[in-house]
Structures are given as C-alpha cells and as structure tokens.
Design a protein around this ligand. Structure first.
Ligand SMILES: Cc1cc2nc3c(=O)[nH]c(=O)nc-3n(C[C@H](O)[C@H](O)[C@H](O)COP(=O)(O)OP(=O)(O)OC[C@H]3O[C@@H](n4cnc5c(N)ncnc54)[C@H](O)[C@@H]3O)c2cc1C
Length: 473
C-alpha cells in the first residue's frame, strides 16, 4: 500500500451524509479549505444510499404501482401494475440515487471541497489516515478542525444469521429478490413502521413485533390510533410487549421466536430494532475521544466533542437522528469552528413519518401540554370535509391544531393523511413567528387545497374557545 505526504486543510469532514455535506459546504463558503472523506460508493451517506432517499423513493413507487391512493375513487381492485416485482420498485430507487449522487458530487466540487474515497481513522488529534482498499492507497490528511459525521448502521440481534435473503436489515431490504407473501418486522420504530406500511400496501401479510407496549409514543395518540387502524386494515398484525429471542431460518422462510413462547412463520424477517453509531473504524482513542456502548459520540450544544477542535454531528451523536436536523448540525458546527455567528438550533423541529398514510407534527403534543398544565383547546379538520380531500380520494386524513386558550397561540399541529409532511410547515411557520389561531382564521387559502384544513381547524378551535368564554360569563 502506497502512502503520500499529508495535505493540510482548515476542515476535514468524515462522512458525506447530510451532516458532513453541510459542514463541508458551510466551511467552504466561509473561504476555508475543506476535505471530505467517504467510503467508496457511499457519497451522500446512509441518507442517500440506504436510508431516507431509497426508502422514500420506494414508497412513491409502491404508491404509484399499487394504485393504493386512487382506490377510493376507482375501486378496491384498482392497480397500475398487477404483478409488481422488486425490479419495478428498485429501478426508480436506482435512478433517483444516481441523480442525487451527482447533485451532491457537483455541489462539493463547485465549492472546491476535495473528496477522498476511503475509510478514515485518527492517527492523532490533528491527523487522519484515509485507506482506499480498492486502489491500495493510503493518504494522511492534516486538519485544523474536524467534523465527524459517520452516522449509524442497523443494529443486529446477536446470534442470528442475517443471510440477506430470509433475514434482512433495512439496508439489505433494498436487495430483496422477491416480494414476500408474509413478513415479520421486528421493531415498530419509524423505519419499521414505514417498511411495514410499504410491504402491506404491496399485499404482504406483515406482523410487527415490538418490545414496548405501543408504537411511536412520541406522536399524538389519536393519530397513531388512526395509523394502527389503517395498517390493520391492510392486514398488518401487531404484537406489542413481545421480545424476540431467536430467528430460525429454514428452506422456505424463517420462524421468529418470542419470549412469550409464540412462534411466527414468515418468508422474510426484517430486523429494524435500533441502530449503532459507526465509530469502530475511527480509532477515536488516538484523538483522545471515545464512544458509548451504542457507538455514539457525546457533544455539547455547539457540537464540540471532548476535544475542542473535533466536532460531531448527525446520527452519530444520537437523537433526533434525522436528515434535516443533521444538515443543520453540520452547518452550525462549521460556523462555530470558524467563528461565524449563528442563532443555534431552533427548538421547533417537525417530525415526519412516511408510513402509509403519512404522519407529521410540529410543536407540543396533548400529553406534554397536559403534563405542563398549559390550558389548550383542540381544533380538528377532516379531509373528507374538504373539497380537495374528496378530489384526492382521501377520506381518512385529519389535521389537529392545539391552541392556548389564554393567548390563542398555536402550540402544536398534528396531521395524518396525504401530504402531512408538507402541510406541517404551514403550522411550523405560524408557530415560529409566534402566531395565533387568528392568523389562520383570517388567512385566505387557495381552494380547493388540503391547506384549507388549517382554516377549518382554526375555526373549530375558535368556536370552542368562544363557547368557553360564553359559559364563563
Ligand atoms: C431506512 C431509513 C429511512 C430514513 N428515513 C428518513 C426520513 O424520511 N427523514 C429523515 O429526516 N431521516 C430519515 N432517516 C435518517 C437519516 O437517513 C439520517 O438521519 C441521516 O442520514 C444522518 O446523516 P449523517 O450526517 O449522520 O450521515 P449518514 O447519512 O448516516 O452517513 C454517514 C456516512 O459516513 C460514512 N462513514 C462512516 N464511517 C466512516 C469512516 N471511518 N470513514 C469514511 N466514511 C465513513 C458512511 O459510509 C456514511 O456514508 C432514515 C434512515 C433510514 C436508515
């Protein structure tokens, strides 16, 4: 393996997912010299290659080919294609990944960020070694500052043979050879529920096994109840409060064994119970750093690690582990390193779950407001009462506003149904500007739109607050 002299950079970024990319670009825009290290064929990170982008593209392909969203209008048997194959689904994924990779590469190149393919590990606190196994090369990079943005990989159940055919994780699911007739999804977190929805929409009989007594408990309970109802309607079975002890592979499928003694046969098992920080290869100890037992690196509010000139951002630092937050963390870390002032991370962050139907919210939940003894009232709008809801064939969607009854400020928005992840930003903007429900009452919305749900829900909540005032007088 050959080795060359160490080029020097103001910033060396490890990992080119959303956090690393935005840290690199932000530093480059400040006129700094920047290098970014990424494994071969992984430019754009987990986000672009195995996580957000492929899963969301797959979802679009599923919705389109199954004709799922049109069935209220054209009948239960409506399909765009009757025998959907993995090739049909993955063709679209490959196309989007290819195009997006070029967008990322071009953006880095335009900003003169040097891309080093390979795996980085610390030699000392100002030097990393990049090993490119394919080319048999190793390069040492000297950095004034570092941003570690190495993300996570799927966690695995010890002792289970992940054979990439019967037992898969969320990375391997993208290489599936056939759409299974039956499937067990272990873990009812966001990733598990998103994939359970997609396979259920494809006609797979899915069983979701979850150790906790319920799912997605950070969301509005009414919304999650609606989601569970819909998934059950798509033949999803839920096994809550159940622990998986073992998965046994046979010639035709796998048997998932639960601590309660139940055994669930299925053609395929997708294990999606947690993720592990990708820190093993980094030789953190050479830089005076360490990771916890889940591979995560601890940082302060500026994303600085225990070593001041080394920052860490994105999934490798843990919650909330989302692409959108990772991007902002990267930008803020670079700004902090180079003394550029910034407001810091806003507390108002939307959550989007691309289940079928989708779920999104911003701000407080009813549980949080009740716990904090904040007086609030709820306004609800149902898509079936909106002209656009009828046109779109979405009779189940709903939008819920939580409004402070004292000062009428918007405290939370919870949406279930078509376009939830887009619509949530209207509420986010109003809340970000400290707006009240009166803005939504006065505003004129395009008609017919789903956005009109805001106005309907705002009027609903205003009527309830008025009734409260009348009863109090
Ligand atoms: C199936 C799935 C669906 C998701 N859906 C969504 C969604 O809908 N919305 C959303 O906001 N988020 C979603 N996420 C989460 C989102 O993908 C992550 O929050 C985001 O990718 C984290 O970005 P990151 O900057 O931490 O880097 P990552 O995207 O995790 O990338 C890290 C990169 O670092 C590289 N790396 C690691 N170690 C080294 C090393 N030693 N040397 C060189 N390179 C290294 C890796 O190869 C990898 O490419 C999803 C995740 C998954 C798995």
């Amino acid at each position: 393996m050959s080795s060359s002299a160490s080029p020097r950079y103001d910033l060396v970024v490890i990992g080119s997912g959303p956090g690393g990319q935005k840290a690199a670009i932000a530093a480059a825009k400040l006129g700094k010299s920047v290098a970014i290290v990424e494994r071969k064929h992984m430019l754009g990170g987990v986000c672009l290659n195995t996580g957000t982008i492929p899963s969301k593209t797959l979802r679009e392909a599923v919705l389109y080919l199954t004709g799922m969203n049109q069935r209220e209008l054209y009948g239960a048997s409506y399909r765009v294609k009757s025998n959907i194959t993995p090739e049909d689904l993955f063709a679209r994924t490959a196309q989007v990944i290819g195009k997006e990779t070029e967008v990322v590469r071009s953006q880095l190149q335009r900003n003169r960020v040097e891309i080093f393919p390979g795996v980085a590990s610390f030699v000392d606190e100002h030097t990393v070694e990049v090993v490119d196994d394919d080319r048999g090369e190793s390069t040492r990079l000297h950095g004034e500052f570092f941003v570690i943005a190495t993300g996570t990989r799927p966690a695995r159940l010890p002792g289970v043979n992940y054979d990439e055919e019967r037992i898969l994780d969320s990375d391997e699911i993208l290489q599936l050879k056939a759409i299974p007739a039956t499937m067990v999804v272990v873990g009812a977190g966001v990733i598990g529920i998103e994939y359970a929805s997609m396979f259920a929409a494809l006609g797979t009989r899915v069983t979701v096994v979850e150790r906790r007594p319920s799912m997605l408990e950070f969301c509005d309970p009414e919304v999650i109840e609606a989601l569970r109802f819909h998934l059950r309607d798509l033949a999803v079975t839920f096994r809550f409060g159940e622990e998986v002890t073992d998965i046994e592979v046979g010639p035709n499928g796998a048997v998932t064994k639960l601590a309660s003694g139940k055994r669930i046969p299925a053609e395929t098992v997708m294990y999606s119970a947690g993720r592990q920080g990708q820190t093993e290869a980094l030789a953190l100890e050479n830089a005076g750093l360490s990771a916890d037992d889940r591979g995560r690196i601890q940082v302060d509010k500026h994303f600085q690690t225990a070593v001041d000139h080394i920052y860490a951002v994105g999934d490798v630092i843990g919650f909330p582990a989302l692409a959108a937050t990772s991007m902002d963390q990267g930008r803020l870390a670079a700004y902090h390193a180079f003394g550029e002032s910034a407001e810091g991370m806003t507390e108002l962050q939307p959550i989007g779950i691309y289940s079928i139907p989708e779920v999104s919210y911003v701000g407080a939940t009813e549980t949080e407001l009740t716990k904090a003894a904040v007086p609030y009232e709820v306004g609800v709008s149902r898509y079936r009462e909106l002209a656009r809801g009828q046109i779109a064939g979405d009779s189940y969607g709903m939008l819920k506003l939580l409004v402070n009854t004292d000062d009428r400020k918007l405290l939370g928005v919870h949406i279930f149904g078509s376009q939830a992840t887009e619509l949530v930003h209207i509420g986010q903007a109003v809340m970000g500007c400290g707006g009240t429900v009166d803005y939504l009452i006065e505003a004129v919305f395009n008609y017919p739109t789903l956005s009109e749900a805001y106005k309907v829900a705002a009027l609903d909540v205003a009527n309830k607050i008025r009734a409260l005032a009348q009863y109090c007088d």
